[in-house]
Design a protein around this ligand. Structure first.
Ligand code: HEC
Ligand code: HEC
Ligand code: HEC
Ligand code: HEC
Ligand code: HEC
Ligand code: HEC
Length: 396
């Protein structure tokens, strides 16, 4: 024990004046684990009851300090909920042991129980928040927008659903990215004021290209998250093909519903719209820009990623991607214009590299083979080879 007196003071403050002592926590969190704590936790983890009893019996004089300091360390901001609950459970066991063999543990037990209960409630609320829009956002590319939740609630309006998929039928990515929206969630600070000024959603939702955001009877078409009517935005059984075709004609896109297999949108194994099948079968042809003079710049090559794992190699088609997506949506925000970017699955799962779009707006990662499709050891004619960092791979 380094400085039991001051530790005890802080701990006392902690027990009785929680909010104040929380501010002091970082200073004491550095407290190192003690021999007693290490032994206690080892016994606790491995169910060594006999050894634990012996340890507690001989440690009566230091246990109050030990319990205090364990509680304090458990409340460290840097811990995960799981780590914190583990430490609090251990502290609770320590306090029960102290009460049983020496008396005087009751005050700790009560406090620890309260902390554990609070921690569990916080976790429950966090999970509920995460799952709140699960139905709406389950459909790839549907985003619930609720940055101004309070103002919307005040006017009796639900949060907004922005459905990428329905817009994609009429509009190529290049229409919105990057002219109307930066390709990153929450970065555009979308607000009613800007929309009514003809920016953001208001670039189209102005009563001319699409229903206006100022039309009193249309608010509910966008402010629809959590409402049963919202189903048409995340349930393929509720699609209004006639309306999609009408809008397509109006905006200058194509929607040939008659070519749909069984009259339904084709889906992949995961139940998400298969855009490539739609494209290949000539079912849709979105417009590329709101301005007539736009010409897409296509980079007509492919890049082979030689897989370092067991899976097959990955072929990235610059041609396919750049026919939909502007160079500036990927370069330089997602990839540097070279063959030596760091590309790794862990990065992708965090929304970098290919994960910038895949799993968010484009097909999911679960579909390994759609990317890992090129037999290992075989070359792809004409393809450039990704070299990666830091060691440059020799081109064979
Ligand atoms: C009609 C407009 C529109 C079209 C077309 C469009 N997007 Fe978006 N996109 C948005 C909006 C709105 C956001 C959210 C911006 C925000 O929250 O600030 C967004 C965000 C994104 C994001 C960020 C996701 C994240 O989690 O950060 C990606 C990736 C994206 N779009 C990809 C695409 C791709 C790929 C296409 C074409 C297949 C496309 N978008 C077509 C409007 C559009
Ligand atoms: C590039 C033009 C464009 C932009 C930008 C745009 N939309 Fe749309 N949106 C349309 C068109 C066209 C329709 C079809 C309107 C109709 O049915 O008459 C539409 C329809 C919708 C629908 C209704 C879908 C349905 O079938 O009920 C929602 C919801 C929607 N947009 C939300 C948004 C939101 C939210 C934004 C901004 C974050 C946005 N849109 C930005 C063009 C756009
Ligand atoms: C085209 C879709 C669309 C339509 C139609 C629409 N809104 Fe919104 N509205 C939005 C989006 C997107 C936001 C920003 C969401 C966020 O907070 O993340 C928003 C935000 C708001 C807010 C929050 C305040 C703020 O500054 O952003 C209010 C209030 C609001 N809308 C009222 C209305 C009313 C009233 C109507 C009908 C007259 C309406 N909206 C129609 C898309 C729409
Ligand atoms: C969907 C994202 C995406 C789009 C859109 C895109 N690129 Fe790329 N680009 C990549 C990736 C991925 C690489 C390879 C990175 C690596 O191997 O480290 C790359 C590599 C490059 C390279 C080096 C290899 C080569 O092809 O010579 C250049 C130059 C480049 N891009 C230019 C462009 C231009 C110009 C456009 C628009 C016509 C464009 N890119 C559109 C993702 C994209
Ligand atoms: C800026 C967004 C974006 C990025 C970044 C991106 N993709 Fe895509 N990708 C798309 C879109 C959009 C499609 C169309 C299919 C869909 O949306 O489900 C697509 C389709 C594909 C396809 C099927 C079409 C084909 O070429 O055969 C493959 C494979 C693919 N992507 C691989 C990759 C790989 C590998 C990377 C990273 C090196 C990557 N993508 C990065 C947006 C993106
Ligand atoms: C959107 C395209 C895409 C999808 C989907 C995808 N991968 Fe990858 N994966 C890549 C690319 C690109 C690389 C980089 C190749 C390299 O340099 O090793 C890669 C690399 C890997 C590696 C090598 C080690 C590493 O971490 O970079 C493994 C292992 C791997 N992927 C496994 C998987 C598995 C398992 C799945 C399905 C659950 C999957 N991948 C789905 C594109 C994809």
């Amino acid at each position: 024990m380094k400085n039991p007196k001051s530790l005890r003071l802080v701990a006392l403050a902690f027990l009785f004046y929680l909010p104040l002592s929380l501010a002091l926590l970082p200073a004491v969190c550095a407290a190192e684990s003690s021999k007693f704590r290490d032994e206690f936790i080892t016994n606790y983890k491995t169910f060594q009851f006999k050894a634990q009893e012996k340890l507690i019996k001989k440690s009566g004089d230091i246990m109050e300090d030990e319990i205090f300091s364990l509680i304090i360390d458990a409340m460290d901001d840097d811990l995960t909920v799981g780590q914190r609950l583990f430490l609090l459970d251990a502290a609770s066991a320590m306090a029960h042991g102290y009460e049983h063999y020496h008396g005087g543990g009751k005050k700790f037990i009560k406090k620890i129980d309260k902390l554990i209960k609070k921690e569990l409630e916080k976790e429950k609320a966090r999970m509920a928040e995460l799952l709140k829009w699960e139905g709406e956002e389950r459909f790839i590319g549907n985003f619930v927008m609720d940055a101004h939740a309070e103002e919307m609630e005040k006017e009796g309006l639900a949060p907004v659903i922005y459905p990428h998929w329905i817009h994609r039928i009429w509009y190529e990515c290049s229409v919105c990215h990057q002219e109307v929206f930066v390709m990153k969630r929450w970065r555009n600070e979308i607000s009613r004021e800007k929309i009514l000024a003809g920016q953001q959603c208001g670039a189209c939702h102005n009563g001319d290209i699409a229903f206006g955001a100022d039309e009193k009877d249309k608010c509910g078409l966008c402010h629809v998250a959590g409402k049963p009517e919202g189903k048409r935005l995340h349930d393929l059984d509720h699609i209004d093909h006639k309306r999609i075709a009408e809008v397509a004609t109006r905006v200058g896109a194509e929607w040939n519903a008659d070519k749909l297999p069984d009259g339904r949108l084709p889906v992949d194994r995961y139940g998400f719209i298969d855009w490539l099948a739609l494209k290949e079968n000539g079912i849709f042809k979105p417009i590329e820009s709101l301005h007539g003079d736009y010409k897409p710049v296509i980079r007509d090559n492919q890049i082979l990623f030689i897989s370092k794992g067991k899976l097959e190699n990955v072929l990235f088609s610059h041609n396919v991607h750049s026919s939909w997506i502007r160079c500036t949506s990927c370069h330089p925000a997602v990839f540097g214009e070279g063959l030596d970017n760091k590309v790794k699955m862990v990065r992708m799962s965090k929304g970098e590299n290919c994960g910038y779009c895949h799993g968010k707006v484009s097909f999911t990662f679960a579909d390994c083979k759609r990317c890992h499709s090129q037999e290992k050891g075989t070359e792809v004619e004409g393809a450039l080879v990704h070299v990666g960092q830091p060691k440059k791979r020799k081109k064979k």
